[in-house]
Write a protein that binds this ligand. Structure first.
Ligand SMILES: Cc1cc2nc3c(=O)[nH]c(=O)nc-3n(C[C@H](O)[C@H](O)[C@H](O)COP(=O)(O)OP(=O)(O)OC[C@H]3O[C@@H](n4cnc5c(N)ncnc54)[C@H](O)[C@@H]3O)c2cc1C
Length: 450
């Protein structure tokens, strides 16, 4: 059996990227449980920072031959423990951080997987384009991690989730072989299944994504911002459904419960924020009138300043967490989604059950993403930093989600946190068949979700 030192020496000769035994910063991610419990889950022998796809292929081929576990890491912004290594070697993708091409005619951008979302957006904005994927972790998450956890951003009603943005991917498979999920750049193809989808949401278990070709759009010239208050959440949801029914689809649509509205805006009334984006001025004008007519039937205008306040503060999660910590509490976020016929009951069941749990001090919620078929409810739960309480909160929500046909993870992925709950949602045997066929030695992210 070779020592870690020998393996490091061999790797240093094999690849151009950095190999380091300083692994401390990789042993945690942003899973809230680890901020207050004494859990020490993360373990790694050393970390490798590949410089290019050839490095990744050589590294994976080497690991396959020697049966070494590899844990791929992007920005480490997972809130579920997905980016925590459980032994073996960390593959830090952040040195692969270039925009390789912006194709203005065909509206595509090609990027390396370790680039952060805000860096892609800044490069595109300089040329008048946008990717439109803006999660709250915009300044932390890499595109590779965002794809691997099936992320989605605040502008999802018009830009969709990451699955709507990906055209094709370049991936290094566990064998060390490199493939493009499609050899041609056509906008759509019915030649076989869309293999890119295999890697979206698979949390690094099937391959290491190295390059992505993604859809982009022109930055909008006209932006409409509006905010409304409602007597209750149900009436606000009715307004959202009416907007959808009439195809007056906003880019951003967030409906806050009274508790969440108080936390966000200091107003304890259910509040709806809308942002619309247009390139045509006449469509903008017409939509403005239509939105007022539809929403003001039951909502009271609250002024676009609330939208500006939200835009200004939306990435300030560190300050929010510090304030909560100073109160001796912890916050976790739970994003469940269900169909329209169940969303309201899901909301009431989660809020009432958690609110009556000892140690829970506040339960806020907002409708964060909406679809013709249903919506995502994003709960923020403030509670005493106790491990048993933490797990009882998650178990309760998992049971309620199951009763309401809801998914336990709309966009944060599975990681370690939701592994046991995810088993109830997806056919495990089939996933394991796939894993065994693609990665028979189990070298990519072993002991994780798949
Ligand atoms: C404050 C905050 C707000 C957030 N808001 C949102 C939000 O609005 N929307 C949302 O969707 N998520 C959100 N998240 C969750 C998190 O940002 C996402 O899961 C994110 O996309 C992960 O990207 P990352 O680069 O940090 O990946 P990491 O955390 O490093 O990794 C996540 C998973 O992806 C795998 N992975 C990473 N890169 C690759 C690659 N190149 N190839 C194969 N596998 C890879 C890892 O092995 C791991 O399983 C938030 C997180 C925080 C802390």
């Amino acid at each position: 059996m070779e020592s870690a030192g020998d393996i490091i020496e061999e790797l240093r000769k094999l690849i151009a990227g950095k190999v380091t035994q300083e692994v401390g910063s990789y042993l945690q991610d942003r899973w809230p449980l680890l901020t207050f419990s004494d859990e020490e889950i993360g373990k790694a022998l050393f970390a490798v920072k590949p410089s290019n796809v050839e490095d990744v292929a050589r590294l994976v081929g080497f690991a396959n031959e020697k049966k070494i576990a590899l844990y791929t890491r992007g920005g480490g912004s997972s809130v579920t423990g997905a980016s925590i290594p459980l032994g073996g070697v960390v593959v830090d993708m952040t040195a692969m951080n270039q925009v390789l091409d912006v194709d203005e005619t065909n509206r595509t951008v090609t990027v390396e997987a370790g680039i952060k979302l805000n860096e892609i957006e800044a490069k595109l904005n300089q040329k008048g384009f946008t990717l439109g994927q803006v999660p709250q972790s915009f300044e932390l998450a890499t595109i590779g991690g965002f794809m691997s956890t099936m992320g989605t951003g605040e502008y999802s009603t018009s830009h969709g989730g990451i699955e709507d943005t990906v055209l094709r991917l370049e991936v290094v498979l566990p064998s060390g072989q490199t493939i493009w999920t499609k050899n041609r750049g056509a906008p759509r193809s019915s030649v076989g299944p869309d293999l890119a989808k295999l890697f979206l949401g698979s949390e690094g278990a099937f391959g290491i994504i190295c390059t992505a070709e993604l859809k982009i759009r022109k930055v909008s010239q006209h932006v409409l911002k509006a905010a409304y208050m409602f007597a209750d959440l149900q009436t606000g949801m009715g307004a959202i459904m009416r907007l959808m029914e009439l195809d007056v689809l906003p880019s951003v649509c967030r409906l806050y419960s009274d508790v969440d509205a108080r936390l966000q805006f200091g107003e304890g009334t259910p509040t709806l924020l809308l942002i619309y984006e247009f390139n045509s001025e006449s469509v903008y004008q017409a939509t403005r009138e239509e939105v007022s007519e539809i929403v003001e039937a039951e909502g009271v205008p609250a002024g676009p300043e609330l939208v500006d306040k939200w835009l200004e503060e939306r990435f300030r999660f560190r300050e929010q967490n510090d304030r909560i910590k100073a109160m001796g509490l912890v916050a976790d976020t739970i994003e469940v989604a269900s169909k329209w016929s169940r969303v309201l009951d899901l909301y009431y069941d989660v809020t009432s059950k958690l609110s009556e749990t000892e140690g829970v001090t506040a339960v806020g919620a907002h409708v964060s993403h909406m679809y013709h078929q249903g919506a995502c409810l994003y709960f923020t739960v403030l509670f005493k930093p106790e491990k048993d309480l933490y797990w009882s909160i998650w178990n309760m929500v998992s049971d309620i989600a199951q009763r309401h046909d809801a998914t336990i993870s709309h966009h944060h992925g599975v990681g370690i946190l939701k592994k046991q709950f995810a088993k109830k949602e997806v056919p495990q045997e089939f996933l394991h068949l796939l894993k065994d066929a693609i990665d028979p030695k189990g070298i990519l992210n072993p002991q994780k979700f798949i």
